[in-house]
Design a protein around this ligand. Structure first.
Ligand code: TYM
Length: 344
């Protein structure tokens, strides 16, 4: 992905991650690894989105611990708090206020289309919380509160960003007085790299997810060398040697997933990976993948363990981030309120 030099100053990145359960390889390759690259060139804001986490039941002590863990994981993966703003969502109250205003812009019909709500609510939709239903509205508020132009995420968040664009555009139509200068620009999703959708190690047709009951389906950022090795050894595959082309590989979901993971971890294209392993069996490929995964993930998990020894220091980092985030968020919310006709 290349962004022309002349455009770079106009860009602002926002992205978030939920503090629920263990972060896994999908979160790392689909999102955080890209954030680390983008922070070098763009003004970047990253948030631990705790208000999103409470849309499904959470154990309070566990939630608090997860906020620390996810913060540690993001820093250990390479987010530099001197370059990027890193903060906890609920500490900037403007997120909730803007979300309410957007609740009054967003249409029920738009939310009814959200596939992630359907998946998460499952069959018992009547029993899902209103928070889970309007979750994408809060997500739009997260992004637009900073007038972010680009949102680096994994493939599963694309529909939510499209909704944020619809909300921004509708707000502009309803409240921007001058058509030439829309209040919000429409945020672009940034979905790039070979691992935009990392799949379960047990089923190549299912997304790798924190909520999968089988821990063997995912590689957690906190997994030991032995756990990584055993999960990859047991990962589902097929009996055939690796093919010559990406098109043939795509017909084999588990093989496709593992080669995509390899490509992303080694920073090479999928074509190159296919070329490297053509004709080889999984008994040859898996040890190479284990070696690469351990080499990439071990430094992250040891740095995480080190950071988590001092949770007060993590709180301080989040506090600094909160102050910086507020400086951007407050005036944007004030402008929104004036446009809507509310008294500040
Ligand atoms: P969350 O916490 O589920 O996931 C965090 C990031 O990880 C990506 N991701 C994956 N990428 C590739 N393969 C996978 N298997 C995989 N699983 C997760 C997600 O796409 C995401 O980028 N709604 C968001 C959090 C959020 C947000 C925002 C994101 C709240 N506000 C504003 C961007 C902007 C979520 O639940 O992500």
């Amino acid at each position: 992905m290349t962004i022309p030099q002349s455009k770079q100053n106009e860009k602002r990145i926002f992205s978030g991650i939920q503090p629920t359960g263990n972060l896994h390889l999908g979160n790392y390759l689909g999102a955080i690894k890209n954030w680390v690259k983008l922070q070098e060139d763009f003004s970047s804001i990253f948030s631990i989105v705790d208000l999103h986490a409470i849309t499904v039941p959470q154990e309070p002590l566990q939630l608090r611990a997860s906020i620390h863990e996810v913060t540690a994981a993001i820093i250990a993966s390479g987010i530099d708090i001197n370059k990027s703003i890193l903060f906890n969502q609920s500490s900037v109250k403007e997120h909730s206020e803007l979300a309410w205003i957007f609740n009054c812009v967003c249409r029920i019909g738009w939310l009814n289309r959200m596939t992630q709500f359907k998946e998460k609510a499952g069959k018992n939709r009547e029993n899902a919380t209103v928070g889970l239903y309007s979750y994408p509205v809060l997500m739009a508020a997260d992004i637009l509160l900073y007038k972010a132009t680009h949102v680096p995420v994994g493939d599963d968040q694309k529909q939510h960003i499209e909704l944020a664009r619809d909300i921004a555009s509708s707000f502009n139509n309803m409240f921007t007085l001058d058509n030439e200068n829309n209040f919000f620009s429409l945020p672009e999703p940034q979905i790039f790299g070979p691992a935009t959708r990392v799949m379960s190690l047990r089923d190549g047709t299912k997304k790798m997810s924190k909520s999968d009951p089988s821990d063997a389906s995912r590689i957690n950022l906190t997994d030991t060398k032995e756990e990584i090795s055993s999960k990859i050894k047991k990962a589902k595959t097929d009996p055939n040697p690796l093919p010559e082309t990406v098109d043939e590989l795509k017909k084999r979901p588990e093989a496709f997933n593992l080669l995509n993971i390899y490509s992303s971890l080694s920073n090479q294209t999928l074509d190159k990976t296919v070329e490297n392993f053509v004709g080889k069996g999984f008994s040859h490929f898996k040890p190479k993948l284990i070696e690469l995964a351990v080499e990439n993930l071990n430094p992250i998990s040891s740095e995480m363990r080190y950071l988590l020894k001092d949770t007060k220091a993590i709180d301080k980092i989040l506090k600094t981030g909160e102050i910086k985030a507020r400086q951007i968020a407050e005036p944007v919310l004030q402008d929104v309120k004036s446009l809507v006709g509310l008294i500040n």
